[in-house]
Design a protein around this ligand. Sequence first.
Ligand code: HEC
Length: 144
Amino acid sequence: MNASQYLPGFCFCTLIMILSFVSCDYQPYKQGRNLYNFYCATCHMDDGSGLRGLYPPLAGADYLANHQENLACIIRYGLADTILVNQKMYNYAMPGVEELNDVQITNVINYINHAWGNDLQHVKVEDIKNALTGCQKDQSSGAD
Ligand code: HEC
């Protein structure tokens, strides 16, 4: 017995493992999903159902569908308002998630727009960059 007998088989298996790992890795909303699970799911839950009375749902949410142009600003700067989501009132504040860059925000939006049966628009980084310049102006006027 010597190790060299096993080497070809070992290399072949490793190669197959690497190949299957790489090819399985393509999932369109993967980064968005990972970011969502890390930054948003604590409140909005893994399945986007929210938490009754406290955190509004994102799955099948009319607010999400009707406020697409505000989403990037909500994600970056938060929302402290009284809002109606699927006929239920929410007035607990959402903190902004300022760690996310423009590309990451785009990916999160594309994930929530298509997860859990949602069938909303696909957004591009340029749209999100534009939306964010709009809310930066709004936020800076008045404050400080
Ligand atoms: C600390 C809890 C918390 C976290 C974390 C959080 N949210 Fe929220 N979110 C809320 C609350 C509370 C509201 C309602 C705010 C209000 O009433 O003004 C809200 C509202 C929203 C809305 C608009 C209402 C709706 O249901 O469509 C969207 C969209 C949203 N959040 C997306 C996100 C995304 C995406 C993330 C992660 C990047 C996130 N939220 C992280 C608590 C949270």
